[in-house]
Design a protein around this ligand. Structure first.
Ligand code: HAM
Length: 420
């Protein structure tokens, strides 16, 4: 019978048994990022994977690549056009409007799969995971600093090397419009030198031409008007203040050509990139989107947010040592197992910060110790027939070669474990 394969650009992830480090890094990244989010007093929001297609047309802009070419949308059994979410921001705003939460401020996070029908390549998938943050109800100012502080914390926590955080300000909708007009005026006479993709961008969303990968276009753009000339002084001051405050923690660069692929942004925008990622070099992006809520039928809700691409981010982590302490519980002899299992049960209740791996197979001590080393256990608790009959167990340190193994009573084991 023919085998059934996974769909193009969609990964299976295994915490255990995958030869690559990517899956392992993804799971560990998610765990640690959630911890950081909770340190910033962000609260979780979970929205459905499927939404009305119009939500994304009206939010991302139906001229954006994401909606125009990449959306997974189809008719359901009732002939309604629905879409797998390509990003999380629109769903969050749809949800707060629906729950009438758009009248107050919220600091939210989410994590989950997103779908974009892109041509798969390294770091670009059709199903990928995002960890996102949306800070709703606060006008420009402190939230921008909070956002960059959060990005720096994440970059530092994972020791991401060769990382640059690019920041820019798109100005108000009026500034943005004036700049777009100037850009069109500049590019119009040079149209014959632009490729098809850039011509399309010019007619649909001129700012996106700045993001062109075409070297010829980039050469032309060297003489283009700069966005900086269209910004108000307070916008430039904000960029300089953020760079000034955080440059000792992260590599921050003001880049007046930075634009984002979604139409809802105005004001402060940013991206984090690493030269180690290749062509898809941005592992995180975000910005302010003050008009989205009212555009979707809600109140005026000044907002800012960002999302991390988990796969890209996890691929940057060279070596990740699990943050949890692990102890392996090894019983020798299958007849002993039922009697000793209660010890493992008690250990787990005594110290909830430790992960206890009870080895369930009937293999040799050597094989069990191999597994304990592989799963990064700090100690092995070994219960052999003879020791158990004498009311003792062995505690074997696995990481510190200078420490000797010791035979202790069950009560001593409990005290030891509690103090770990
Ligand atoms: P975005 O820049 O479209 O922004 O996506 C954020 C991140 O998702 C990217 O930096 C990238 O790491 C990852 N990503 C995007 N597409 C793919 C793909 N096909 N494969 C793998 N990773 C991918 C947003 O989605 C906005 N909603 C962010 C935001 C939140 N802005 C305000 N609030």
């Amino acid at each position: 019978m023919d085998k059934i394969h996974s769909l193009t650009g969609m990964l299976d992830l295994y915490e255990d048994g995958d030869s690559s480090d990517l899956s392992k890094n993804i799971f560990e990244t998610e765990k640690r990022i959630k911890k950081i989010f909770s340190n910033y007093y962000l609260k979780e929001i979970r929205t459905p994977a499927l939404e009305d297609t119009d939500l994304f047309k009206r939010s991302a802009g139906d001229v954006s690549d994401i909606v125009n070419k990449e959306i997974y949308s189809f008719q359901d059994r009732n002939n309604k056009s629905i879409a797998l979410r390509p990003e999380g921001t629109a769903s969050v705003i749809r949800s707060v409007i629906e729950k009438k939460l758009d009248q107050s401020a919220h600091k939210l996070w989410y994590m989950g799969p997103m779908w974009r029908y892109e041509r798969p390549q390294k770091g670009r998938y059709r199903q990928f995971y995002q960890a996102g943050v949306e800070i709703l109800g606060y006008p420009e100012g402190s939230p921008e600093f909070e956002m960059i502080s959060l990005v720096c914390t994440i970059v530092e926590e994972f020791n991401i090397e060769d990382c640059t955080i690019k920041i820019n300000h798109l100005g108000s909708q009026e500034n943005k419009k004036a700049y777009c007009d100037a850009l069109i005026k500049f590019l119009e006479p040079l149209k014959k030198n632009l490729d098809e993709k850039d011509l399309e961008r010019l007619s649909r969303n001129p700012l996106r031409v700045l993001d062109s990968k075409n070297e010829g276009t980039q050469l032309i753009l060297k003489d283009a008007p700069s966005l900086k000339e269209f910004l108000e002084p307070k916008s430039i001051e904000l960029l300089e203040a953020i760079k000034g405050e955080f440059s000792d923690v992260c590599n921050i660069e003001i880049d007046y050509t930075l634009v984002r692929g979604l139409d809802y942004y105005s004001g402060f925008v940013f991206e984090a990139l690493s030269s180690n990622l290749g062509a898809q070099d941005s592992f995180l992006g975000g910005g302010r989107y003050d008009d989205l809520c009212s555009k979707l039928g809600g109140k005026d809700l000044p907002s800012i947010g960002m999302a991390i691409g988990i796969e890209r981010f996890a691929s940057l982590i060279s070596e990740i040592t699990p943050s949890d302490k692990i102890v392996s519980f090894i019983t020798l002899g299958s007849t002993l197992e039922p009697k000793t299992y209660k010890i493992a049960h008690r250990l787990r209740s005594l110290n909830k910060n430790i992960i206890l791996d009870t080895q369930l197979s009937d293999s040799s001590l050597k094989a069990k110790l191999r597994r304990a080393n592989k799963n990064n256990s700090e100690y092995a608790v070994i219960v052999g027939e003879e020791e158990f009959n004498n009311g003792t167990v062995i505690i074997k340190p696995l990481k510190d070669e200078l420490k000797e193994q010791q035979t202790v009573s069950i009560d001593e084991l409990f005290e030891f474990y509690k103090a770990l």
